[in-house]
Write a protein that binds this ligand. Structure first.
Ligand SMILES: [Zn+2]
Length: 123
């Protein structure tokens, strides 16, 4: 009983809030509106983040369009067309089967983020 009381006092309300509360994009410095606009959430949705990589990545969130290596694969009327000019990442240099495979994966992951988290998203 006693212990419960004490531990509640040790952790004020704001530390119990889920991270990230308000995060700015590491790249363009605009606030990331929500999980549906977060590169981290997209990577989680894609199953790309595991263990330590996950915690390191968490400090440098970006909005999705600021992560061209991923965003270029999202092909959707409600997402801006993003191009990755770096030759080693640019999907235009990829084999077309690989390209369409990743377009499907990333577009589906992005749509699923919108459906889960974006309050303005209408199917
Ligand atoms: Zn950004």
């Amino acid at each position: 009983m006693m212990e419960k009381e004490i531990s509640r006092k040790k952790y004020p309300a704001q530390t119990r809030l889920q991270y990230p509360v308000v995060t700015s994009c590491y790249s363009c410095d605009k606030p990331i509106e929500g999980k549906w606009d977060s590169t981290i959430q997209l990577a989680i949705e894609m199953g790309e983040l595991e263990g330590e990589a996950k915690s390191r990545f968490f400090f440098h969130d970006k909005c999705i369009k600021c992560s061209p290596s991923r965003a270029q694969h999202i092909v959707h009327s409600r997402f801006p067309t993003v191009k990755d000019d770096r030759e080693q990442y640019n999907k235009m240099f990829w084999d077309k089967y690989e390209r369409s495979k990743y377009e499907k994966l990333y577009t589906n992951a992005w749509v699923s983020l919108q459906e889960k988290y974006n309050p303005k998203w209408v199917k």
